[in-house]
Every structure is written in C-alpha cells, then in structure tokens.
Design a protein around this ligand. Structure first.
Ligand code: PLP
Length: 389
C-alpha cells in the first residue's frame, strides 16, 4: 500500500483503530450487546437542541466565527473554569475547538517537533498516541501501576525523561481505566514538569464523572504551572454532545496565538451552530450533568456486581471516574485480547474493546463501557455468564 500510493511514514506507522474495527464487526452481529463505545447513549438535553435550532433560524450560524470562538462563549468558559476547575483564566487564554480531539491535536502540533518525546502514562487513550506520531514525535509509554488501580508511576515518569522529552500528555479521569489521578500525584507531576521545563497536555473529557469521593483535579490550577500546561476540555461527555464536535482549550495567553496557527489549518473555527449550543449548555441548568453522573454511578455499580459473579474470568479495579473500566482477563486465551474480543463477539454476541488498543500495557485486558442502559449491561453479562460457564 505504502509503495503504490506513497503514503507518508507518519500515517503508515499508525495501525487501524481496534475500536472502529470492533464497531464494524459488531454491526454484522444481530442483537449484539454493545459495551465497546465511550460515547454517551443519552441524547443531548432539549434546551441545548432548542438553542441551536433558534440560532439556525436567526441566521447567525452561516458564517465563520472568530477562530478562537465566540466571545460570549469564551466568557462563559472562563466562568466555568473558575467555578469548577479553580483555574483563573481570561478570554484571551481560551480557544474553542472541534471537540477535545482537535484541541489536543492543535496543541501537539504547536508544541512537538519531529523527534521530540512525549511521555504518556499507559494504558492510555490511543488517539493521544496517534496524535504524537502524526506530529512525528515519539510516544514514550510509561506503565501505570495496575495493582494500585492504574495510578501514575511518578518515579517511572521521572526516569523516562531525557534531553529529547518535550511534554507529558495524559487523560484524567482516564480512558480506558477510569482512574482519577489524585491531586497529590498531579502536584508531584507538576514539580517534575517544572524541574525539566516540560509542557503538560491534559485531556479532561470526563471531568464531571467521578465517584466514591474521587475528585477531579486540574493541574492548571497550580499557579506556578501557568506557562507549562495546555488543558483540553469538551462538551461531548458532559452534555452528551458527541456529534456536535465542540470543545475548548486553555493555555497561557502567549501560547494561544501559536496554537491558533495549528487550529486554523485544521478547522478555521469550531462549528458555529455548535458554539451556540455549547453556550446554552453553560448558561442553562446543570441538572442534566448531575443526572448523567447518577446514571453512570448506578451502571458502574451494576457492572462491578456482574463482574464479581465472573471472578473466574475477570479481575478488575473499581473505576473512580469516567464511564469505562478495564478488567484483566484471567483466562489463558485472554493474553491475546484482540482474538479474545472477536471470539466473544462471534460466539457470545457481546461487543467489547481489546485492551491492546490502548498500548502494550493494555494487552490481556478488555475495555468495558458503562455509559449504557442497565438492560444492556444485564444482557451482556447474562450472555457472558452462559458463555464462560
Ligand atoms: C479521553 C477522551 N478524550 C477525548 C475524547 C473525544 O472527545 P471529543 O468528542 O470532545 O473530541 C474521548 C472520546 O471517547 C475520550 O475518551
């Protein structure tokens, strides 16, 4: 393929997404029990949809906005960052992006030169790894400590730093493990970043979904990290707005025009209709977020109960956040998670994601998503109980 089409080395290195592959295969299975997507299954709340419809009808969404996003939206984001993230920002420090993904990619493109190393705690969201590769950077995967619930290995990160290291990139709460990195660990990480003059790129997509007293902590709230952090956020998970493609990033004022140089060729600006929808999301009642969180807490508990009954097949750490969990497969044929998942799909009609999709440290695991209905979880686990009996 590469020789025929002269595809770039950057793209050739990237393997097909196991997540999309499982989705494709799942479509071929009738009445599949689907636990493989990190996508909210609820629809976007009505008041957000109404605001978008009325913006469309008023004729204000047909043109581009400022590349950094509508001023009123950035003003609301500034308020939100102060209220929920303890981050003191101003509108010049905000860039509205096409979901968190485009914000992360614009940040990576603005910060990473070919050959620069980026440390990623592993397992991690595979898109982060791909973004570093597309920027011709080198992802350096540092295993998290699974026995302690996939927490950061701060010493491991320290030991991985060398003269080529440019940044540390992580998501917390984590996709795929559901781990919420604790404030004290993130403070230690901040010290390491400052000592070594590294940038930290954060993905805080699941910031509102934490449980059992785990608290989301934004590393940008540490005042001396001002110049060293680019924080990426999204409306996707918080307000069930996956398809609207709207998110934003926060960074020090001097960095925004530089990141904007990458943002403009990628997007020009975020979709304007979605910016109005996002504005309504921030202006409106936050009750919907509480409702989603409550639902995920109860589906997480149900999934853990059902996993307990399969304790001869899976061993798991209860996730403190996100709507994902990452059990280890105890069976011998679980060592190859891709084959295991395909077999589970074909023979038990349960769709999951192979752990290897999240880096080599994820091999031997499955990612299960609990942003589904209780019926879907029960359907999947009834089938797995019958299958593994
Ligand atoms: C950790 C993480 N970041 C980002 C995204 C995508 O966010 P967005 O839709 O805002 O681009 C996902 C989606 O699954 C995710 O799990």
């Amino acid at each position: 393929m590469k020789d025929d089409w002269r595809i770039s080395n950057r793209v050739t290195q990237i393997q097909k997404s196991a997540i999309h592959e499982m989705t494709r295969l799942s479509k071929e299975v009738e009445d599949v029990a689907f636990l493989s997507w990190a996508k909210p299954t609820a629809d976007t709340p009505e008041h957000i949809k109404e605001a978008a419809i009325s913006a469309v009808k008023s004729g204000i969404v047909g043109g581009y906005s400022e590349s950094s996003g509508l001023l009123e939206l950035r003003e609301r984001i500034v308020e939100k960052l102060k209220r929920d993230n303890c981050v003191n920002a101003n509108v010049s420090q905000i860039l509205v992006t096409v979901g968190a993904i485009e914000g992360l990619f614009a940040a990576v493109m603005a910060l990473i030169d070919p050959g620069d190393e980026v440390i990623l705690p592993s397992p991690t969201y595979s898109t982060h790894i791909r973004q570093v590769i597309i920027a011709s950077g080198k992802p350096v995967l540092v295993p998290t400590i699974e026995e302690e619930g996939f927490i950061l290995d701060v010493d491991g990160i320290k030991n991985a730093i060398n003269s080529r290291t440019k940044a540390i990139m992580y998501c917390s709460p984590s996709n795929p493990t559901g781990t919420v990195f604790a404030e004290d660990q993130l403070c230690q990480l901040a010290e390491i970043a400052l000592e070594n003059n590294l940038m930290v790129i954060t993905d805080e997509a699941y910031e509102y979904f934490t449980y059992d007293g785990h608290r989301h902590f934004s590393i940008a709230s540490i005042p001396k990290m001002r110049k060293n952090v680019v924080s990426c956020y999204t409306f996707t998970k918080t307000y069930a707005m996956t398809g609207w493609r709207i998110g934003y990033l926060h960074a020090v004022e001097e960095l925004i025009p530089q990141i904007n140089k990458a943002h403009i060729p990628l997007a020009i600006c975020a979709p304007v209709v979605s910016q109005y929808a996002a504005l309504a999301a921030l202006k409106g009642s936050q009750e919907c977020v509480a409702t989603f969180r409550k639902h995920y807490l109860s589906t997480r508990n149900l999934m853990c109960e059902r996993l307990d009954r399969l304790n001869y097949v899976f061993e798991y750490k209860k996730p403190g956040g996100s709507y994902l969990m990452f059990p280890k497969i105890l069976l011998e044929d679980g060592k190859d998670s891709a084959t295991f998942c395909k077999k589970l799909l074909k023979e038990a009609r349960v769709s999951t994601t192979p752990g290897v999709a999240f880096g080599p440290k994820g091999e031997g695991h499955l990612r299960l998503s609990f942003c589904v209905s209780e019926e879907e979880i029960n359907k999947a686990f009834d089938r797995m109980e019958a299958y593994f009996r």
